[in-house]
Write a protein that binds this ligand. Structure first.
Ligand code: GLN
Length: 242
């Protein structure tokens, strides 16, 4: 973070951006601008190097083949490691989340190494895909309201000892391990299964990323009526009997 400008890096939009995940970039940008920050948004395609000077890195979900290609390129590039060493914040969804872990199962049915930035391992679920609306209570240490989102994944993600569960599901599968956990995080790296886009449904998470990037405890308030209306609509839809 230099001066008043925030660098937001959207990692591999050509490979990883499903179910509206692009909206996460728009929400971070907008909420930063509303707080008077200059935002430089960098969309980095998979044939380009990842910059190491970003403040916040956003990664979306993707189908199995693009996920493997993205993992190969991110491993080869290695700049995301450096950015995290420099204190950058990373927020990743679904396939992006799985890539941040130690390994996942790729489209060829093989164990594919991830980046190891989160202490999680993803295996392939034997049952039906985890698909549908999710409501979950976010780790109380993060002080955020209930998480809402939409999941669609085959992978099952197991947390290692240094990863904290991002949330506990009330509705839906989350990590799919049967223990009710959803997503994982450590100090600066976050992963979730929530599409939606998740930051439009849960703008307080975008604010958490901004606070971490700016190293502040609070941000000026914003008018969140539109976000609240969207949240309530999704919570109502998720909890209505079929
Ligand atoms: N391919 C992964 C899975 O099915 C991720 C899917 C996604 O990003 N929606 O587990």
């Amino acid at each position: 973070m230099s001066d008043n400008s925030l660098r937001v890096v959207w990692v591999y939009p050509d490979l990883l951006s499903t179910y509206g995940d692009q909206g996460n970039v728009l929400v971070v940008e907008r909420r930063a601008r509303q707080r008077g920050l200059d935002v430089a948004r960098l969309d980095v395609r998979s044939d380009q190097p990842i910059p190491t000077s970003g403040d916040i890195y956003l990664i979306g979900g993707g189908e199995d083949r693009p996920q493997r290609l993205a993992a190969e390129r991110l491993r080869r590039d290695a700049h995301l490691y450096r950015a995290v060493e420099n204190g950058a914040i990373v927020f990743a969804v679904c396939a992006g989340y799985q890539i941040l872990g130690h390994e996942f199962v790729n489209d060829l049915g093989q164990r594919e190494p991830g980046l190891g930035l989160l202490d999680v391992v993803t295996t392939r679920g034997e049952g039906e895909r985890c698909v549908g609306d999710v409501l979950a209570d976010i780790d109380p240490r993060l002080g955020l309201p209930q998480l809402t989102g939409f999941e669609n994944h085959q992978g099952i993600t197991h947390l290692g000892p240094t990863a904290r569960a991002f949330a506990q599901v009330r509705l839906g599968k989350g990590n799919g391990t049967g223990d009710g956990t959803e997503g994982a995080y450590n100090d600066t790296v976050f992963g979730t299964y929530m599409h939606g886009p998740v930051l439009a449904r849960n703008p307080q998470i975008a604010d958490l990323l901004l606070k971490l990037a700016l190293d502040v405890n609070a941000l000026p308030p914003t008018d969140d009526r539109w976000f609240e209306a969207l949240r309530n609509e999704r919570i109502e839809a998720a909890t209505q009997p079929a």
